[in-house]
Design a protein around this ligand. Structure first.
Ligand code: ADP
Ligand code: MG
Length: 697
C-alpha cells in the first residue's frame, strides 16, 4: 500500500495518463469530471476476446475470435467488388467477406496463411460468415491470447476512442486497487442482508469481468456486480423520496376530527352502496387526516371505479371538522361537471359549494372569491388555475387533485406551498386518471401513500372493443343509428395530429355536420376547445340530460365526463393516440349497466407500434394491465411525461429488468434511515447529483 490518496471523487481526471485540456473537455461531455466518475461510467456491453472458438460450434450473432487457415480467396463482382475468403480450422469452415481492400491486402489472404479473426458471426448465402473482421496473421511470435478479461465496450462521444476509455478505466481501477477510495456507502449490515457485493469488487468485475464470467448474465444486466450497483441506485432514489416524505411530515396540518355524520348522510341518500374498495379507501384517507401532519395520499382507481364519490366523502369529513376543501380538475369541462355533481350532492346537506374558473365574469368571480375568503363557501371546485391566482381561503384543510395523469414531485411541492397558511399545510389527496404500473408508482411516487380502488361498482359489463379501418365509416354510422334508436347515446371523438386547436375544432365541426346529415333523426351536440364556456356547458348539459343522442367532441372529453346512458364510443384516427388516452376515452362508456362498445377507427396503413397499441386495447379493459403494457412499449420516461423524467432516468437501473429489486431497495432505504447515525447525503449525491436535493426543498 502506498501513501493515503485523496478519495477518487476528489482526484482530477488529469491525474490519469492521456488526459490533457482537450480530452478533459471531451470527457466532460460524457459527464466525467473526476476519477470516481470514470469508475461509474459503465460498459454498454462486452466482447469475449478471451478464448478461441471452434468454427464448428459457432452460432450466428456471436462475437468471437477464431484461429484459422485460408483455404481459398477470390475477388468477385456482385453489386460491388468484394473479396471472399474461405477459412477453416479443422472443425468447420467460414467465409470472410471484405468490401474495402487494397491489392496488397487481397494478396495477403493467400492459401495456407494462418489468421486470427475477431468479428460477429452472421448467416450468409453459403453458411456462416464474418464481415470485415479484425484479422491478424498468426506466426510463432503470436501470443496465445492476451486478453484475460471480457472486453468492455463503453458509451462514448465523438473523439473519445474505446481504447482511450479502456485505458482510463484501467488506470482508475489501478488507483482504486492501490488505496484509492471510492467510499462504500452501504453499511455492512445491509450488504449482508441483501447479499450485495462489496463496491470495489463490483466495480472491478463490471469493468473487467474475469473470463469465466457468463456473458449472458452481463448482457441481461443480472450479473451480481451490475445488480449491486443497480440496487444502490434504486435505493438512493427511494431514499430521496422517503426523506421528502419525512420532511413533509414534520410540518403541522389541521387535524380533521369529526364524527363522519355528514358523510353518512350523503351515503344514505345515494341510490347505490359504496363498494368495499371505496369504503376502504375513504377509511384510509380519513385516518390520515386525523393526524397532525399533512396527508400525502395517492388514490389509484381505474376509469369508472368511482373516485368522485371518494372525493366527496373525504371532503365532507374535512367540512364537518370545520375546514374548507378544494377540488381541482385538469380541464374546465371536468371542473364544471364536478361543480354540478358536488352541488347536487352537497346543497341538500346545507353545504355551500363555490365555483372558480379562469373564464368567469369579473363580478361573479369577485363574489366567489369573497365567499371563499369569508368562509361562506365550504367546498370550492375549479381548475388548476385556482392556485395560480389570488385566492385566499378562510381555513383550508384539504386539497383534492382529481384525474391527474402525471404529477411530478415538484408540482406536488409547489401546490403544498401554495395551500399553506400560518405554517399549517392542508392535507393532499391526489387521484390518478390512469393507473400507474406498480414499478413506476414505487419509484416516482414513493413519497406518497397509495390507496387502490381495486373494484368496479357492480353490474358493469366490460366494453367490447373493435378495431376497424375508416373505409368502413358508413357501417360505424349505422351502429350509431342502432344505439340511439334503442334510447342509448353515443360519442364520436375527432382526433387530429395537429396541435392546432383551430384545426381540431374545424374537424369536429365538419364531422358533426356530416353526421347530422347522414343521421337526420338523431340530435347531435358538439363540444370542442374553441367554443365559449357557456356553449360548451350547454352542449354537455344537453347530452347529459339525454336531449341529444350523439356528442361529437375533440379529446376535451378525455377525462372524467360521466354520462352513464352513453354506450357507444367511436374514436377516429385511434392509431394516433397513446394507450393511456385511449383507455381514458373508452372509459366514458361502460358506466351504466348496458353492454357498451368502443369502435377504434384507424386510417391505414398501421405502423407496428399502432398495431400493438390497438391490439392491447382490443384485448384488455383493465387499466392496470394497459398501464403495464404501456410501460413495456414506451418505457418509464415517456409514460410519466417529460416533467419528471429527471427522477426516473436511472444510470444503471432499468425498471423493466430490475423490477425484482424494487421491494428490497425500498426496504433497504427504510433500514438505512433507521440507522440514523449515517448521513444519506453522499449516497444521494452519488446517484442523484447535486441537482436534485429533495431533502431541503
Ligand atoms: P371515476 O373513478 O372514473 O372518476 P366516477 O366517480 O365518475 O368514476 O364514477 C363512475 C360512475 O359510477 C358514476 O356514474 C358514479 O355515480 C357511479 N358510481 C360510483 N360509485 C358507485 C357504486 N358504489 N355503485 C354504483 N355506481 C357507482
Ligand atoms: Mg373521475
Amino acid at each position: 500500500m502506498s501513501a493515503p490518496r485523496p478519495p477518487l471523487h476528489e482526484t482530477p481526471l488529469t491525474a490519469l495518463k492521456g488526459v490533457g485540456p482537450k480530452m478533459l473537455e471531451k470527457l466532460s461531455k460524457l459527464g466525467l469530471r473526476n476519477v470516481q466518475d470514470v469508475l461509474f461510467h459503465l460498459p454498454l456491453r462486452y466482447q469475449d476476446r478471451t478464448r478461441i472458438a471452434r468454427i464448428g460450434s459457432l452460432r450466428p450473432g456471436e462475437e468471437t475470435t477464431i484461429d484459422c487457415v485460408v483455404e481459398q480467396s477470390s475477388e468477385v463482382m456482385r453489386r460491388r467488388r468484394m473479396l471472399l475468403v474461405r477459412v477453416s480450422d479443422g472443425t468447420g469452415w467460414l467465409t470472410l467477406r471484405l468490401f474495402h481492400f487494397s491489392r496488397a491486402q487481397a494478396a495477403s489472404y493467400a492459401r495456407g496463411v494462418h489468421l486470427r479473426c475477431f468479428g460477429e458471426v452472421r448467416p450468409g448465402p453459403n453458411g456462416l460468415e464474418m464481415v470485415h473482421p479484425e484479422t491478424r496473421r498468426v506466426d510463432e511470435s503470436t501470443s496465445p491470447l492476451e486478453e484475460d478479461t471480457l472486453t468492455p465496450i463503453y458509451p462514448t462521444t465523438e473523439g473519445v476512442h474505446q481504447l482511450t476509455l479502456r485505458s482510463l478505466t484501467e488506470q482508475a481501477l489501478a488507483l482504486l486497487n492501490d488505496g484509492g477510495r471510492v467510499t462504500e456507502l452501504l453499511p455492512e449490515t445491509l450488504r449482508a442482508r441483501y447479499r450485495l457485493d462489496d463496491l470495489a469488487a463490483a466495480l472491478n468485475d463490471i469493468h473487467r469481468p474475469p473470463k469465466e464470467t457468463e456473458l449472458h448474465l452481463l448482457a441481461d444486466g443480472t450479473h451480481p456486480a451490475q445488480r449491486r450497483l443497480a440496487f444502490e441506485e434504486l435505493m438512493a432514489h427511494a431514499l430521496s423520496l422517503r426523506l421528502l416524505r419525512q420532511q413533509t411530515q414534520r410540518n403541522p396540518a389541521p387535524e380533521i376530527r369529526d364524527t363522519g355524520t355528514l358523510a353518512r348522510q350523503l351515503v344514505d341518500r345515494l341510490p347505490f352502496r359504496p363498494t368495499n374498495a371505496q369504503d376502504r379507501v375513504i377509511a384510509e384517507t380519513v385516518a390520515d387526516m386525523r393526524r397532525a401532519w399533512p396527508m400525502q395520499r395517492l388514490v389509484q382507481g381505474d376509469v369508472g371505479s368511482g373516485k368522485t364519490l371518494v372525493a366527496v366523502c373525504v371532503a365532507l369529513h374535512a367540512v364537518e371538522a370545520g375546514f374548507q376543501a378544494v377540488v381541482m380538475a385538469p380541464t374546465e369541462l371536468l371542473a364544471e361537471q364536478h361543480y354540478q355533481n358536488f352541488s347536487t350532492w352537497l346543497e341538500p346537506l346545507g353545504i355551500p359549494v363555490a365555483w372558480l374558473s379562469g373564464k368567469q365574469k369579473v363580478g361573479t368571480r369577485r363574489a366567489a372569491l369573497e365567499d371563499i375568503a369569508q368562509g361562506r363557501a365550504r367546498v370550492v371546485v375549479g381548475t388548476h388555475a385556482l392556485f395560480q391566482t389570488d385566492v385566499a381561503f378562510d381555513d383550508l384543510g384539504l386539497v383534492i387533485i382529481d384525474e391527474q395523469h402525471r404529477f411530478g414531485v415538484h408540482q406536488r411541492l409547489a401546490l403544498r406551498e401554495k395551500g399553506a397558511r400560518d405554517g399549517r399545510y392542508p392535507h393532499q389527496l391526489i387521484m390518478t386518471a390512469t393507473p400507474i404500473p406498480r414499478t413506476l408508482a414505487m419509484t416516482a411516487y414513493a413519497d406518497l401513500d397509495v390507496s387502490v380502488i381495486d373494484e368496479l361498482p357492480p353490474g358493469r359489463t366490460p366494453v367490447t372493443t373493435v378495431v376497424i379501418p375508416d373505409s368502413r365509416r358508413d357501417e360505424v354510422m349505422e351502429r350509431i343509428r342502432g344505439a340511439c334508436s334503442e334510447g342509448r347515446q353515443a360519442y364520436w371523438v375527432c382526433t387530429l395530429i395537429e396541435e392546432s386547436e383551430v384545426l381540431q375544432a374545424q374537424a369536429a365541426e365538419d364531422t358533426a355536420a356530416r353526421l347530422a346529415e347522414v343521421l337526420p333523426e338523431i340530435r347531435v351536440a358538439l363540444v370542442h376547445g374553441r367554443m365559449k364556456s357557456a356553449d360548451k356547458e350547454a352542449g354537455m348539459a344537453a347530452f347529459k340530460s339525454g336531449e341529444t343522442g350523439l356528442l361529437v367532441a375533440t379529446t376535451v372529453i378525455e377525462v372524467g365526463v360521466d354520462v352513464p346512458n352513453a354506450s357507444l364510443m367511436v374514436i377516429e384516427n385511434a392509431e394516433r393516440l397513446g394507450l393511456a388516452q385511449l383507455h381514458q376515452l373508452r372509459g366514458r362508456v361502460g358506466r351504466g349497466t348496458a353492454a357498451s362498445a368502443c369502435v377504434l377507427m384507424y386510417h391505414p396503413p398501421l405502423s407496428q407500434g399502432a398495431k400493438d397499441r390497438l391490439g392491447v386495447m382490443r384485448e384488455s379493459n383493465d387499466g392496470f394491465v394497459i398501464a403495464q403494457k404501456d410501460l413495456e412499449i414506451r418505457g418509464p420516461g415517456e409514460v410519466l411525461g417529460t416533467r419528471q423524467t429527471g427522477m426516473v432516468q436511472f444510470r444503471i437501473a432499468d425498471l423493466g429488468r430490475d423490477a425484482v429489486l424494487l421491494d428490497d431497495a425500498r426496504d433497504a432505504a427504510d433500514a438505512f434511515l433507521d440507522l440514523s447515525e449515517i448521513d444519506p447525503t453522499p449516497l444521494l449525491q452519488r446517484w442523484l447529483g447535486d441537482g436534485v436535493r429533495y431533502g431541503d426543498v
